[in-house]
Design a protein around this ligand. Structure first.
Ligand code: SAH
Length: 225
């Protein structure tokens, strides 16, 4: 890629123009997303840098896109919705993310909370995500290559946990690592029957809210080189 082209991508000219981005924000707003902070972060986060160049022209469509290894970058609506749910009760300092993928949701979160701890099982995806966040100068994120079913116990508890792959059940380790009053947003189910849950750690036990039908790739087992 030439230097000039590179600069152009960064400034978001052409098919990734400001107008295209504004249309996406408008659409999210019309779909009921109302957290101004979240929308502002989505507006300024260059999603085209998180997909292959060949797909960059589709980066501001409200759709998931392939990122290789049978994985997808999350749909902007879902990124905004999950962020909004996490932040609904106020600011968060420590958030655990399971499923770094392209790093797009990570990048959005890192601009909304104090620190993000992100776990990914596919090493090459993690490496690329890391590079992108450094390039965007988003430095409040630490990455771990590992199995999200186990969370990241050494740094627990977390005030927020977000899982960006669908689990058959809520992983017990993640419940254990949620701080008192902490919030977890997680898709649960299998195949076509998946629902987004909001789980809150109350004084005694957990409350659960079922939010909406969703579509995610599965939360798999074990790290993969
Ligand atoms: N939020 C990401 C979505 C990535 S798709 C983005 O916007 O790009 C889901 C990701 O979860 C994939 O990268 C997949 O490799 C990862 N994943 C699946 N099972 C996992 C597990 N057990 N532990 C950690 N990551 C996992």
């Amino acid at each position: 890629m030439s230097r000039e082209h590179d600069d152009m991508l960064r400034r978001g000219i052409g098919m990734t123009s400001q107008r295209t981005r504004e249309r996406l924000i408008q659409r999210l707003y019309e779909e009921g997303l109302s957290n101004a902070k979240v929308l502002e972060v989505i507006r300024r986060t260059p999603r085209h840098l998180f997909v292959d160049e060949a797909l960059a022209h589709r980066a501001y469509e409200d759709t998931a896109l392939p990122i290789g290894h049978n994985q997808t970058i999350s749909q902007p609506y879902m990124v905004a919705r999950m962020s909004e749910l996490l932040l609904e009760a106020g600011p968060l300092d420590k958030v655990l993310e399971i499923g770094t993928g392209s790093g797009y949701q990570t990048a959005v979160l890192s601009q909304l909370v104090e620190r993000v701890f992100s776990v990914e099982r596919i090493k090459v995806l993690q490496d690329r995500a890391k590079e992108r966040l450094v390039e965007l100068n988003l430095r409040n994120v630490v990455f771990r290559w590992g199995d999200g079913w186990e969370g990241w116990p050494a740094l627990a508890p977390y005030n927020g946990i977000i899982v960006t792959a669908v689990a058959t059940d809520v992983p017990q380790a993640l419940l254990d690592q949620l701080a008192p009053g902490g919030r977890m947003v997680i898709p649960v189910g299998a195949g076509e029957v998946q629902q987004l849950l909001l789980i809150i750690r109350e004084e005694h036990g957990f409350s659960r809210r079922v939010l909406e039908a969703v579509r995610f790739v599965p939360l798999l087992n074990g790290p993969l080189a």
